[in-house]
Design a protein around this ligand. Structure first.
Ligand SMILES: [Zn+2]
Length: 128
């Protein structure tokens, strides 16, 4: 199979691995992100507001993977209205907190999927 850097960088991001080396973790814990890769020293943050896109990803994931199924279950009558409201409230209070840092790892993989040239250039600088 042919090596596709974009797919590789994206897979590394969604599996919490450094997009450049694929060895170091992006997240230290569920709530703490490494500033640099513990293996290749790549700086994860690309500048002011870089990870703010992770909030949009977090919102989209929660809307599609949590609220949409709940609403569909409520619409077809498998879930009572009060239970739907309670589950929505609990989801709003917990899921964004639990998934925000992972959304940052996902964003990093997505960023290098789109701009893989940037990562390839930084890789060349490391190899020199
Ligand atoms: Zn690395």
């Amino acid at each position: 199979m042919e090596f596709n850097p974009r797919i590789t960088y994206f897979k590394r991001g969604i599996s919490n691995k450094c997009p450049r080396c694929g060895v170091g973790a992006i997240l230290k814990t569920l709530f703490v992100r490494h500033e640099i890769c513990p293996h290749c020293q790549m700086k994860y943050d690309r500048g002011d507001g870089f990870f703010s896109a992770a909030m949009a990803i977090n919102y989209a994931l929660i809307a599609v993977l949590y609220f949409l199924p709940l609403m569909l279950l409520w619409l077809i009558g498998w879930l009572p209205g009060k239970a739907t409201v309670v589950l929505c409230f609990l989801g709003v209070m917990t899921i964004p907190i639990l998934s925000y840092r992972y959304s940052q790892a996902l964003w990093l993989g997505l960023y290098y999927y789109v701009t893989s040239e940037n990562l390839e250039e930084s890789q060349k600088e490391v190899e020199k």
